[in-house]
Design a protein around this ligand. Structure first.
Ligand code: PMP
Length: 445
């Protein structure tokens, strides 16, 4: 009895319980050691030991509003109290108004949305809609891309995360991508390759699917002419252009969407992450008026229990209104330019920084073990993540000094909440300046 009592009084070891009972994502479970976080405030969050971190990556490049968006929190509470869930056959004010709002903030004649709960589901819907609309099956996507973890979206994903799911769904063809720093192919030549692929496939390709600015595969910004020309090429072959805006959307680039950076209206656009500012799970797939019209007399064969969940839509509506009311897109553009300058200056002082690149508050620092040869640091043992542990070591060094920065392959991914200030940026860049000594020291002599 006494020992039971003391067991009850002992504080729970949340990290240990979690490690035992919850899968860590994309990881050897023996290597997973989650840190318990307990609070978020503005652009910062705090762990259970009271350590505070400046969030320089917006968690998984999704907390675009930071951790104190009261309007979103209030909208969620209100909707839960008024009626948390009604079936998709009913509508609610948040759902209808968010659909209208997305038609307003997305480019061109994108007008009708299917709501889901994640980026991967948004991509699944895009693939099915493209197939239903065109009556064709094939999808061209690119190698350096990530589109989600479920079977369709992992099949169109090009990075090594796809490998264990291969051969994946039929009809997916991979194309080269615009990666000026690390590929032997010139970005615009890679486009002509896609043109040739479309020609050789005959009239069988439903859509070309791209991230307008590649996110987790290294923040790859194509030349200005790339996306407009890609749309032209796709349309010349009667294929649709799908832009996956899950990471690039909602102010990340200093524009509403990555497509806006290039003045392009895709035929289908996918969204998630910043759509709700990450307050609740929410994904969306928006299509043009022509595609929407097609489904007047052709069945829209798709749906989920939680399609258009009222609480998620209330959060989404409040999030989009917050971007507007607080002028966060303009702010991201302004501080994003400042961030870009600070990062290039940082690069000058660190031989292991091969390149810094990006737009707005969407930036990457690619590390190299040999700057002249652009040689990446070594491969991991599993090949799935294909980077090196050096980039992890740099992230850890930054975390030890109070800055959270995500990474993938050989690139540190900088994508802070949009409300970040120049002062916060100076603080984080100062910490990165020290952390990058780790990769400088790991270079080949
Ligand atoms: N598309 C892109 C461009 C992404 O970056 C991601 C997630 N990182 C996804 C799709 C999948 O989103 P989710 O993890 O919400 O399923």
């Amino acid at each position: 009895m006494a020992s039971n009592q003391s067991e009850q009084d002992a504080p729970l070891d949340i990290e240990q319980i979690d490690k035992q009972h919850v899968f860590g994502t994309w990881a050897y479970q023996s290597e997973v050691s989650p840190t318990q976080v307990v609070a978020g405030d503005g652009v910062r969050f705090t762990d259970a030991d009271g350590n505070e971190f400046l969030d320089f990556s917006g968690q998984l490049m999704c907390s675009n509003l930071g951790h104190s968006a009261d309007k979103v929190a209030d909208a969620v509470t209100e909707q839960v109290n008024e009626g948390a869930y009604f079936a998709p056959g009913y509508t609610t004010e948040p759902r209808a108004r968010l659909g209208q709002k997305l038609a307003e903030v997305t480019p061109g004649n994108l007008s009708k949305t299917f709501f889901s709960t994640s980026g991967t589901e948004a991509v699944e819907a895009a693939i099915k809609i493209a197939r239903m609309y065109t009556g064709k099956q094939k999808i061209i996507s690119r190698y350096r891309s990530y589109h989600g973890a479920t079977y369709g979206s992992i099949s169109v994903t090009g990075d090594p995360r796809r490998l264990m799911a291969e051969p994946g769904i039929p009809g997916v063809i991979k194309a080269p991508d615009p990666y000026a720093y690390g590929s032997t192919l010139d970005p615009m030549e890679s486009l002509e390759y896609i043109d040739e692929m479309l020609m050789l496939e005959g009239d069988t390709v439903a859509a070309v699917l791209v991230e307008p600015i590649v996110g987790s595969n290294g923040i790859l910004v194509p030349p200005e002419e790339y996306l407009p020309r890609l749309k032209e090429i796709a349309h010349d072959h009667d294929a649709l252009l799908i832009c996956d805006e899950v990471m690039a959307g909602f102010g990340r680039t200093g524009e509403w969407f990555g497509s806006d950076v290039f003045g392009v209206t895709p035929d289908i656009m996918t969204m998630a992450k910043g759509l709700s500012g990450a307050y609740v799970p929410l994904g969306a797939t928006i299509v043009t008026e022509e595609i929407a019209e097609h489904f007047e007399d052709n069945m829209f064969c798709h749906g989920h229990t939680y399609a258009g969940h009222p609480v998620a839509c209330a959060a989404g509506l409040a999030a989009v209104e917050t971007y507007q009311e607080e002028n966060l897109i303009e702010h991201a553009s302004e501080v994003g330019e400042y961030l870009g300058k600070q990062l290039s200056e940082l690069a000058d002082d660190h031989p292991s920084v091969g390149e810094t690149r990006g737009v707005g508050l969407f930036r990457g620092i690619e590390l190299t073990k040999d700057a002249d040869g652009r040689v990446p640091f070594g491969q991991r043992k599993d090949k799935i993540s294909k980077g090196s542990t050096v980039v992890d070591d740099v992230s850890s060094a930054a975390a030890d000094n109070g800055v959270y920065v995500a990474n993938m392959i050989n690139t540190l991914i900088i994508a802070p909440p949009l409300p970040i200030t120049k002062q916060d940026i100076d603080e984080a860049v100062g910490v990165l300046d020290e952390a990058l000594v780790v990769s400088d020291d790991a270079m080949e002599s």
